[in-house]
Design a protein around this ligand. Sequence first.
Ligand code: ATP
Ligand code: MG
Length: 395
Amino acid sequence: MLPPGADSVVVRHGDIGVKSSQVQANMEGTLRENLAAMLDARDVPGDVEREWGRLLVRAPSSDAAASAADAAADTFGVVSASPAVSVAPTLDAITDALARTAEEKYEDGAFAVDARRAGEHDFGSHDVNRAGGDAVWAAVEDDFDPEVDLDDPDVTFSVEVRDDEAFVHLDTREGPGGMPLGTQKPLVALLSGGIDSPVAVFEAMKRGAPVVPLYLDLGEYGGPDHRARAEETARRLARYAPNEDLGLRVADAGDVVEELASETGRTRMLSFRRFMYRVAEHVAHEEGAMGVVTGEAMGQKSSQTAANIAVVDRATDLPVHRPLFSMDKQEIIARAREIGTYRDSTLDVGCERLAPSQPLTAAPLDSMLADEPEDLFERAREVASDVERAEVPTA
Ligand code: ATP
Ligand code: MG
């Protein structure tokens, strides 16, 4: 619900607030740019202003304010966003706005006025609550019997008073939280297009790291639909990152996969994962990225046991980040639905099974190395030098 005449969006952030003032100012600047890019990408008119401790979108219409609030709720670093009407910071102007809002939007149930105030004024937030409550009451009492419930209201009239302006709003949309995208160095993400890895990419971006998505084409073990699925999830994720390049990088792993399938046994998946990390490491050096992100979760598969992760991690000097490490599959699925990658991730792509039927859950390093093609890392280097890009538009 929007108040009549909504002309702005109050946008709040969280973790940025604990930084030193210089860092906070820089990060708010990045958040401002990101939100402006988000509005641009969605054709939402509006100007984003940076204030101390929050952002403000000035919107030319109510519709624009609603769309801008939705865009803000998809922007990393934003904790919440409220489409609002702005008025002068006086009791009269605020109570007028509350009365108008009540007339149009308050139809039944209990209400509360919830005011916050910062700055110099000749009234306090209690005064706003009291006078505002009276104004709301008077605006509707001819139509129905209003009721006040401060603990569990059906309609909350929120008022935020600042030095030179006040805002009235009814709804607050939750954002993803985290840090503004671009406040960390980039990471290469291994994106298979399955359920897990797109969520891992989202979580990495949520903490501020731009992501270079890398897909390993498995040749006959993957197929065009498998690759298309990865492209589709990258495209979906790009919606959250309008001023970053989420074009899928595709490495041709077909030959290596085939060789591993025919020549290696119970440690096959571990060797393949070592190969993947190694390709990712080369791409990271190429792209100036500082680490690798995967959708692995502890114990989800035999290649993801604590013991096997220890063996696999030795393939690269870069840190491997696993944002889903502690999550259950059901939690990951719920998250994938929330961020909108689930549908594409579950398309049937009919790929062949590469995993051996009896994988080891704690493979000894020696026996894995003995089984692994000697030139595995050399081949990773070659494959990485020939990475192709699929264009992913941000629309
Ligand atoms: P997901 O884990 O994304 O659902 P998956 O189940 O097909 O995909 P796993 O076997 O669980 O893959 O692999 C663990 C992680 O390894 C993935 O989350 C992803 O980060 C990476 N990965 C697996 N296969 C590929 C691939 N073909 N290209 C890029 N990364 C991959
Ligand atoms: Mg998985």
